[in-house]
Design a protein around this ligand. Structure first.
Ligand SMILES: [Zn+2]
Length: 166
């Protein structure tokens, strides 16, 4: 599904892109009930940023679905600049590995859901990205506080409704 560009972000520096990418994983993951240990945009030898989810090995279809939506979340940032390559190579590989476990969910349905979820959560994603830009690394508790603050200030209708994999 292609949606017209609705937001244009003129401040997309490389660091802000990384922060938004990680914030998208983080916020959508949290909405699906996952708990981040920490989120970082401090580069290491492997990547420019990552989220570490607390040890938990998915086993049910629903848990795999949560991981799938979390992995695909940055794809929804296409609404920021119309670019389709918000996913990293690692994310795309991860998605292709998990997708068959979540059948009959299709790739098209996944990305259309992700677009919708990210669109609804954009303010929350911006807020987490801002916290990341400021501190470079934030704990799961700090993430939770940022999300709670945005939820508190947002009209209920703007909040995403969780849509799991059935
Ligand atoms: Zn990623």
């Amino acid at each position: 599904m292609t949606r017209p560009v609705q937001f244009r972000d003129d401040n997309l520096t490389p660091l802000r892109e990384v922060a938004l990418h990680e914030a998208a994983h983080t916020v959508i993951g949290c909405r699906f009930g996952l708990i981040p240990d920490y989120v970082t945009i401090v580069p290491d030898h492997e990547c420019v940023g990552h989220v570490l989810w607390l040890p938990h090995i998915p086993c049910t279809r629903e848990e795999w679905g949560a991981r799938l939506y979390t992995a695909a979340a940055p794809a929804g940032l296409i609404c920021l600049d119309g670019r389709s390559d918000w996913l990293s190579y690692g994310d795309s590989e991860h998605i292709e590995r998990i997708l068959p476990l979540c059948a009959p969910l299709t790739r098209d349905e996944l990305y259309s859901d992700v677009d919708r979820l990210v669109h609804v959560e954009l303010q929350t994603i911006f807020a987490v990205a801002r916290a990341l830009m400021r501190k470079k690394q934030i704990t799961g508790q700090q993430v939770e506080r940022v999300i709670r603050r945005v939820d508190h200030n947002a009209p209920a209708k703007r909040r995403a409704t969780r849509k799991g994999v059935h």
